[in-house]
Write a protein that binds this ligand. Sequence first.
Ligand SMILES: [Zn+2]
Ligand SMILES: [Zn+2]
Length: 134
Amino acid sequence: MGLSMSLVPRLYLECKVCSQSMEDHASDCPQGRLDQVIQNERSGKCPICLGKTQINKGDFWECRKCKTQFCGGAIVPGMAPRAKRNFHEMESGEDFIRVVELPDKGHGKFKIDEMIAFFREEIKRVKRSRRHRR
Ligand SMILES: [Zn+2]
Ligand SMILES: [Zn+2]
């Protein structure tokens, strides 16, 4: 009798893509990879307009609002002469990153968007093939 009291019901969510637990996806599960990408997403606050900055395809920080690009940490040597030499402190999570403003605006091509789109396609593909198998 006492036994049933100690059995705390645990919420077990099954992943619709890999059929494993939502907490422990199969290593190649695109849903698991997507969750990881979103979890590890790096973003900051634009020091100019306070918009959201993320890493773009050129490996620079780019503001989603004003499109200003920033180079974080050590300046890439070839970029230095062209950089405006406007230094800023950019807030990113708990940290402040020292960044330099670049003269060219970005094109709104973010790595994270591309990865999310890729894994979403993979999820669709896996779901579709599973449906056919039944
Ligand atoms: Zn999964
Ligand atoms: Zn901005």
